[in-house]
Design a protein around this ligand. Structure first.
Ligand code: FES
Length: 94
């Protein structure tokens, strides 16, 4: 039996096209996925891998929805900061 069609509250789209993947996007996506798991946010927040988003000069690229915040030349630090600001918000609530 397949899973029901459940939709998370927030989504982080991580580009895993070849350029972003090579520049560490895949590992950062993995880190975010682990953070979601560790914080018990599975089901509420989801990491979705995407194909190339046509912004390869700015790799690795990812976006945080629904705030529509896009990161370029993403580092682990930048991704953690965006996670705090746009997923957890200041009150720690999703
Ligand atoms: S591979 Fe990520 S923008 Fe092209």
């Amino acid at each position: 039996m397949s899973k029901g069609f459940e939709v998370p509250d927030k989504v982080i789209y991580v580009c895993t096209g070849s350029k972003c993947k090579k520049k560490g996007g895949k590992e950062i996506g993995k880190m975010l996925r682990n953070m979601i798991k560790d914080m018990g946010l599975k089901g509420k927040v989801e990491v979705v891998k995407t194909e190339c988003t046509d912004r390869c000069d700015f790799a690795p690229v990812m976006s945080f929805q629904p705030d529509n915040v896009w990161l370029q030349h993403t580092t682990e630090e930048k991704a953690k900061q965006a996670f705090n600001d746009h997923i957890l918000k200041t009150d720690g609530q999703v």
